[in-house]
Design a protein around this ligand. Sequence first.
Ligand code: ADP
Length: 200
Amino acid sequence: MNESTNIHPIFDRLLQRKDREKRLQQNSKVLWLTGLSGSGKSTIAEALERKMYNEGFFAQVLDGDNIRSGINNNLGFTIEDRQENIRRIAEVAKLYLNSGIITLNSFISPTIEIRNFARQIIGKKDFIEIYINTPLEVCETRDVKGLYKKARKGEIKGFTGIDSPYEAPQNPDLEIKTVDMTVEESVEAIFKYIEPIIKL
Ligand code: ADP
């Protein structure tokens, strides 16, 4: 081949997502855990992150602790702010995705519309919706952060499940019913589902 026509040598092109996935030996995906407050999203995401690490995968939890307190610390809970909250989370997850990293997103994301918005930003084929299905009564009994008590007393307005709706996913990729399962069983079930998908 004439050297002057060979203008796209391999070392000259921008690194692609697939290059990074190859380096990390995984297919990156966005795991989107949705469910009521106290349903178990964070507990499961953290245990799953550890499990994936032990199994040789590279994953990162995104949750209220590292997102709401940082990049989204100027947002509240109005409809507009919830929308902007999810938009930024989805954009961050997309950056990770293109870096070859799997994210475990743990956010209530209460409406079908808001999850569709996230799915649209991330891309349908990379968005895995996991419904952490725990009945309201159970979440309220757990009341991990004492928020249900406050919401019932009217000290918190617009609390999901109390005076703000939660719309369950109609067709999630996976559903985890935490009342019938331990945390370990929940993690195993998710891992079993995603392993063939993320394995390169
Ligand atoms: P969320 O992130 O959805 O608000 P958390 O993970 O903070 O919920 O709280 C869930 C609580 O439920 C934790 O105290 C956890 O120990 C408990 N729990 C009981 N069974 C399970 C289960 N199978 N999966 C996840 N959490 C469970």
